[in-house]
Design a protein around this ligand. Structure first.
Ligand SMILES: *Cc1c(COP(=O)(O)O)cnc(C)c1O
Length: 483
C-alpha cells in the first residue's frame, strides 16, 4: 500500500474509518467480559472531548505545558489519597499497567544497584498468579524471576514459600491486589512484614483492583488491606483505564517517597541533542490520556464511583450465584471483587467459551498453570447488571451444548511430541505446521478456538509461548492484510 497520492477529505476519511470498524466487537452491549470498562455514554463523551482537547499537547518536557504537569500532579494526588498514602508518597502517570509494573521493577533494580552493588544478579520473588507484565519487566531489565506457588484452594501466595525463596540476591517481593486470573488479594500485610524484616522492596500490583477495592470496602464488604497503610509496601501500580473508566493509556505507579522514586528517573545528556529526562518509559507523549483521566475522575466523582462499584458488585454477586447453581460449574477461590474464574470437572471450558461466543458473549478462556486448572475468566463491569440473567440462561444452554462436543486427540499427540523438546530447538517451520494443525493456519483464526486453546493447554508453556510469538509475527505482516 502506498500513501494516497491525493489526500482524502475529512468526510472521506471518517467514512473509511467507520467502515473499518464494522467487524469490531460491540463492547457497549454488556456482552463483553474483558477489554472494556464502560461507565456509560456521558462519561465516555467527557473522556473523548478531554482527550481530543489535549491530544496534540506533548508531555515530553513538563515545563512547556504547565497544564499537563498539573493534570498529572492532581491525578496522582487523588490516587495518593485513595491509596491512603501520606504526603511523602509520590507518583507518576504512565501509559498503562505494564508500564507501571515495569517501572516498579526498574526502580527496584536501580535502587539496589546503588545501595547493594554486591548483588550481581538481582532476583524478584513472583507468585505464579502475578501478571505477565512482571515477566516482561524481568525480560527487559534482566532481573531474575524466582516463582513461588499459591494455595491450591484460595490462589493466594504462600508466604512461607516466599520466605523460603529469599536469597542474598533478592531485591523485590510482589503481591497482587487482586490477581487478574482469580481476583484474589495476596496477604499483603504478611508480605510487608517480610519485606521490612529482610530489607526488601514490596510492590503491590493493584493495576486492576486498587481503584475499585476502596469502593468495594465502602459498600460494607470485607476487603483485605493492601495500600500504603500497610507497613512495608514500597510501591503500588493502579490502572485508571480499568475501573476508573478513564481513556486507555492511563495508569499510575505510586512510590513510597521521592528518594526511592529517584531511581525510576532516566536522564541523558550524552548526545548532541536536547537533554532527556523522563519519569516514564515514553518520552514524547500525548497530553490526551492525562487530560482525559483528570476529566473522568472529576466527572464521575466519588459518589459516582460508589454507585458504579455497587452496580458492579451486584452484578458479580448474581453471576457468582448463577454459576454456582449450575451443577457442572464452580467458581475458583473467593473473588475479592469483580474478577471471577470458573471451571468444570466435567465440561471442556474451551468448548464452553466457543459456545458462549456463538451466543454473542465474549468471555476469557485461561489456560491451566500450576494448581490453577483451565477456566473461564470474567471481568465484570457495571453495565453487566442489565445482562446477567441473559448471560446465565445462555451459559446453561452452552454447558449442555459443550457436553456433546468431542475432544480432539491432537493436544495429547502434540504434548507427547514436544514434551522433551527445548523451545529454542523448535524451528519456525515446525511452529507453522503446529499452527496449521490447530486450525490457525497462516493468519486466520478458526471460528471455533477450542482446539487451539486445548493445544496451548497441553503444550509445555515455553513452547506454547513460542507458538504464539510465531503466530503474532505472521499476523503483523502485509500478507495478513487481506485476511
Ligand atoms: C491489566 C493488568 C496489568 C497490565 O496492565 P495493562 O494496562 O494491560 O498494561 C497488570 N496487572 C494486573 C493485575 C492487571 O490486571
Amino acid at each position: 500500500m502506498k500513501i494516497p497520492q491525493r489526500g482524502m477529505t475529512r468526510d472521506e476519511v471518517m467514512t473509511a474509518l467507520s467502515a473499518a470498524r464494522e467487524a469490531d466487537h460491540d463492547f457497549r452491549n454488556g456482552r463483553t467480559f474483558g477489554y472494556a470498562y464502560d461507565a456509560g455514554r456521558e462519561a465516555e463523551r467527557v473522556s473523548k472531548e478531554a482527550y481530543a482537547a489535549f491530544l496534540s499537547e506533548n508531555a515530553l518536557d513538563p515545563r512547556v505545558y504547565p497544564s499537563l504537569r498539573r493534570f498529572e500532579l492532581e491525578v496522582v494526588s487523588m490516587c495518593r489519597e485513595h491509596l491512603r498514602g501520606g504526603p511523602e508518597v509520590v507518583g507518576t502517570f504512565t501509559s498503562g499497567g505494564t508500564e507501571s509494573c515495569m517501572l516498579a521493577v526498574k526502580t527496584a533494580r536501580d535502587y539496589f544497584r546503588a545501595t547493594k552493588p554486591e548483588i550481581r544478579e538481582p532476583e524478584m520473588i513472583l507468585p505464579i498468579t502475578a501478571h505477565a507484565a512482571f515477566h516482561k519487566a524481568a525480560h527487559y531489565f534482566d532481573v531474575k524471576i524466582v516463582p513461588v506457588t499459591v494455595d491450591p484452594e484460595t490462589f493466594e501466595v504462600d508466604v512461607e514459600a516466599v520466605k523460603a525463596a529469599i536469597t542474598e540476591s533478592t531485591i523485590l517481593l510482589v503481591g497482587s491486589a487482586p490477581s487478574f486470573a482469580h481476583g484474589v488479594i495476596d496477604p499483603i500485610r504478611e508480605l510487608g512484614e517480610l519485606a521490612l524484616e529482610r530489607g526488601l522492596l514490596l510492590h503491590v500490583d493493584g493495576c486492576i483492583g486498587a481503584f475499585l477495592l476502596p469502593y468495594v470496602k465502602r459498600l460494607g464488604r470485607e476487603v483485605r488491606d493492601f495500600d500504603f497503610s500497610v507497613p512495608g509496601v514500597s510501591s503500588i501500580s493502579m490502572d485508571l483505564h480499568k475501573y476508573a473508566y478513564c481513556a486507555k493509556g492511563a495508569s499510575v505507579v505510586m512510590v513510597r517517597d521521592k528518594a526511592l522514586r529517584q531511581h525510576q528517573i532516566f536522564s541523558c545528556a550524552e548526545w548532541t541533542g536536547y537533554s532527556v529526562v523522563n519519569t516514564t518509559i515514553q518520552s514524547t507523549k500525548s497530553g490526551g490520556p492525562m487530560a482525559a483521566a483528570w476529566a473522568t475522575l472529576h466527572h464521575i466523582g466519588d459518589e459516582g464511583y460508589v454507585e458504579l462499584a455497587r452496580r458492579t458488585m451486584d452484578a458479580t454477586d448474581r453471576l457468582v450465584a448463577g454459576i454456582e447453581a449450575i451443577d457442572e460449574l464452580y467458581v475458583m477461590g473467593k473473588p475479592a471483587m469483580s474478577l471471577v474464574a470458573f471451571t468444570s470437572d466435567t465440561v471442556d471450558v474451551f468448548h464452553l467459551a466457543d459456545e458462549m461466543k456463538l451466543r454473542g458473549w465474549l468471555v476469557g478462556p485461561q489456560l491451566a498453570y500450576g494448581p490453577s486448572k483451565e477456566n473461564i475468566h470474567l471481568t465484570i463491569i457495571p453495565t453487566h447488571d442489565a445482562t446477567v440473567d441473559a448471560f446465565l440462561a445462555d451459559l446453561r444452554a452452552a454447558v449442555e451444548a459443550a457436553k456433546g462436543l468431542p475432544l480432539s486427540p491432537l493436544p495429547e499427540q502434540l504434548r507427547a511430541t514436544f514434551a522433551s523438546m527445548r523451545p529454542e530447538d523448535i524451528k519456525p517451520e515446525v511452529l507453522q505446521q503446529m499452527l496449521a494443525m490447530a486450525g490457525a493456519s497462516g493468519t486466520s483464526l478458526p471460528e471455533r478456538e477450542a482446539e487451539i486453546n486445548q493445544v496451548m493447554n497441553a503444550l509445555p508453556r515455553a513452547i506454547g509461548g513460542r507458538l504464539l510469538a510465531g503466530y503474532l509475527n505472521e499476523l503483523f505482516t502485509e500478507q495478513a492484510l487481506g485476511s
